[in-house]
Write a protein that binds this ligand. Structure first.
Ligand SMILES: *Cc1c(COP(=O)(O)O)cnc(C)c1O
Length: 367
């Protein structure tokens, strides 16, 4: 018998608070309107569905390990070098490649006040320490990030457009951030919602071209409507991609994932249609909320953040929505207790959610 202590988790692991996904069920409701996870209301491309059906005949075969065909499709569509692309099980896995490859115990990873809740999880999993910097009125503050950089900093996570804020930094601001970071710090530009932003905001590939220390990530979970399949990718200079490929499991993406993602990437008409509808109904819903006297920043994503007078009102509105079978996202855990994040659904969904919130506000006004 040894005198060693019993099995111990690695440093940081017990600091991890489990990720809270968007709810999908309400007790007593058979059918619900789920607007809590920023999913695409139109679903994936028909071509992706067909590709999955065909790939089902290949399930006994191991997938290829280099994702060459998917990377080629991504590269052709976006005008990129396929050798600078890495694919993962959701962009979450690409973010994990980054933390695992470039940070460890004793290192610091900077994230912002209302940043994505996967960042602290991945930071602790790598044994590193999260450093959370304030935002200004729900917008990332570049100077606050730069001020927080130390010799221990290894990574900065920037969600742009932000989740759950929906706000976005301008190209000048992001460039100022990238320029201001020392060469030992990797800037991870998480572009999960980039496709929903205006054309002139889509700068993330240019960043990864211009800076040796930028990794831009994208996902198939949002505009491509494939959240259930788990596929994402990242773009950076080759030396960074080479490092991350060493920690990537060779068979991380299945034949089904690869086939679906490639077909979805090549179906630009579907992406354009989803983008156009999202812009239209996002603006409509934001205006409806503003007309009701609620706060709502201009959104660059596929959701809006409704801002109430206080936490109690936000919670009461959430209850009113649940009573009608509508699930939106409470974001108190993101430091926004008086807000509700509402995914942009299709037209009937947007009208329904606006109607219920309008009725709630009217009743509240009478009380
Ligand atoms: C949804 C989301 C992702 C993407 O996650 P996947 O793992 O690709 O599904 C990444 N970052 C942010 C901020 C997100 O909201």
């Amino acid at each position: 018998m040894s005198d060693l202590p019993p099995i111990q988790p690695q440093p940081g692991i017990m600091e991890i608070a489990l990720y809270q996904g968007g709810a999908a069920k309400i007790a007593g409701h058979d059918s619900v309107l789920k607007l809590s996870s920023n999913e695409n209301p139109y679903g994936p491309s028909e071509k992706a569905r067909e590709a999955v059906a065909r790939a089902a005949h290949q399930m006994h075969r191991y997938p290829n390990t280099d994702h060459a065909s998917l990377r080629q499709a991504i590269a052709e569509v976006h005008g990129l070098d396929p050798d600078r692309i890495i694919c993962g099980v959701g962009s979450d896995e690409v973010l994990q490649f980054a933390t695992q490859s470039f940070a460890g115990p004793g290192d610091e990873i900077i994230m912002t006040e209302h940043g994505f809740s996967m960042y602290p999880i991945l930071t602790h999993a790598a044994g590193a320490t999260p450093v959370v910097v304030p935002e200004t009125e729900r917008r990332v503050n570049v100077d606050a990030i730069l001020d927080a950089v130390s010799d221990k900093t290894r990574l900065v996570f920037l969600t742009n457009p932000g989740n759950p804020t929906s706000t976005m930094l301008t190209e000048d601001e992001v460039r100022r951030l990238a320029t201001g970071l020392p060469g030992h710090v990797l800037l991870v530009h998480d572009g999960a919602y980039t496709e929903f932003a205006d054309d002139d905001f889509r700068l993330d590939f240019a960043l990864a071209d211009d800076f040796a220390n930028v990794l831009s990530t994208r996902t198939f979970s949002k505009i491509y409507g494939l959240g259930g399949l788990r596929i994402g990718w990242g773009y950076a200079r080759r030396p960074l991609i080479d490092v991350m490929n060493r920690v990537r499991q060779p068979f991380n993406l299945s034949v089904i994932q690869l086939a679906a993602a490639e077909a979805a990437m090549r179906d630009r008409a579907h992406v354009e249609r989803c983008r156009t509808e999202n812009v239209k109904w996002r603006d409509w819903l934001r205006n409806a909320l503003l007309d009701l006297g609620l706060g709502c920043d201009e959104s660059h994503a596929n959701f809006v953040l409704a801002r109430f007078a206080d936490e109690a009102t936000a919670s009461a509105c959430n209850e009113a929505l649940l009573a009608e079978g509508i699930i939106v996202r409470k974001v108190a855990g993101y430091g926004l207790p008086n807000c509700l994040r509402i995914t942009i659904g299709d037209e009937p969904s947007c009208r329904r959610v606006a109607h219920v919130i309008g009725r709630f506000m009217a009743e509240r006004g009478k009380a």
